[in-house]
Design a protein around this ligand. Structure first.
Ligand SMILES: [Zn+2]
Ligand SMILES: [Zn+2]
Length: 298
């Protein structure tokens, strides 16, 4: 339930300036607008499973693409039945079947996890989740890395924002006075990052070998330890479960999410998880994180 100011699951994973949408719960479009994620740039959507809190925002998002005359293809990765749901909606709402853009579906299979998508920037694999319904998580491994600007240099050389995309691709900068500032002075090469999205799942040790040494792990923690039994019964995890998985995998950082509406305050999640995994944080609405922290800068 949307409660306590919290929203159902949806995350944008931005790689080389392209957003990949992971899950699309009710109200996702409004959240994308509020947090200034460019929906028109989304070409790939990954849906973990068909519980409403993970996909009910997808139909209106596709409707908006129709209304804004989208022409480029949209690639959707998710459970087989998702295609039927989307196509049935489109059929009854427009009385026709032809969309103005191509909608391409790729069925996930929780029993055979592995690479499901790859391009020059990223390789995405499915991860096995242990949930009542067929469910997969997603692991993003960045491939090609753009150089990052050293922020102080923008001011120092008064670099206009229009020049930044080219500099990130390796160009030098020429000042108003004609001096050439070499790219190596303006940028650094960050390490390629990895990000694992694990929602929804009960505690599942079988997940660990798939996410070993991941930079950032997002792991659901619906409940606190007072409801450990209920968590296991309902195919969900507690904060301690998530922290134990992060520890076993040697993850860089852990972000907890998918909090039960019964808990108004979230600080207890950190109190329970941090003794098991110190680098634990809360994935709250609108949070933006860099998957590769500054300390990894070469
Ligand atoms: Zn679920
Ligand atoms: Zn859920």
């Amino acid at each position: 339930m949307p409660a306590n100011g919290r929203h159902p699951s949806a995350q944008a994973v931005t790689i080389n300036e392209n957003p990949y949408l992971v899950d699309c719960g009710e109200g996702t479009q409004m959240q994308l607008m509020q947090y200034k994620v460019k929906t028109a740039r989304i070409d790939h959507i990954f849906i973990s499973h068909l519980h409403g809190d993970h996909y009910l925002g997808l139909l209106p998002l596709i409707d908006s693409y129709v209304l804004t005359n989208r022409t480029k293809p949209l690639h959707i990765f998710g459970p087989q039945l998702l295609q039927e749901v989307v196509e049935a909606h489109h059929k009854v709402s427009t009385q026709r079947f032809q969309l103005p853009f191509k909608l391409l579906f790729y069925a996930t299979n929780p029993h055979h996890t592995g690479v499901i998508f790859e391009n020059n920037d990223v390789c995405v694999s499915t991860l096995p989740m242990k949930h009542g319904l067929e469910c997969t998580g997603f692991l993003f491994r960045q491939k090609q890395v753009l150089r990052n600007m050293i922020t102080e240099k923008i001011q120092q050389y008064q670099i206009p924002y229009t020049a930044i995309p080219a500099i990130k691709k390796g160009a030098d900068f020429i000042t108003m006075q004609g001096s050439v500032i070499p790219n190596s002075e303006l940028t650094y090469l960050p390490t390629a990052g990895s990000y694992a999205y694990c929602s929804d799942t009960a505690y599942n040790e079988a997940l660990v070998p798939h996410i070993t040494k991941v930079d950032v792990l997002y792991h659901e923690s619906t409940y606190l330890s007072d409801l450990q039994e209920l968590a296991a019964e309902r195919g969900h995890a507690t904060a301690i479960d998530a922290a134990r998985i992060a520890h076993a995998a040697g993850a860089g950082r852990l972000y907890l999410g998918h909090f039960s509406s019964r808990y108004k305050k979230l600080d207890k999640y950190l109190h329970e998880a941090q003794p098991f995994f110190a680098q634990t944080y809360l994935a709250t609405e609108g949070l933006v994180i860099d998957v590769v922290p500054e300390k990894h800068v070469k």
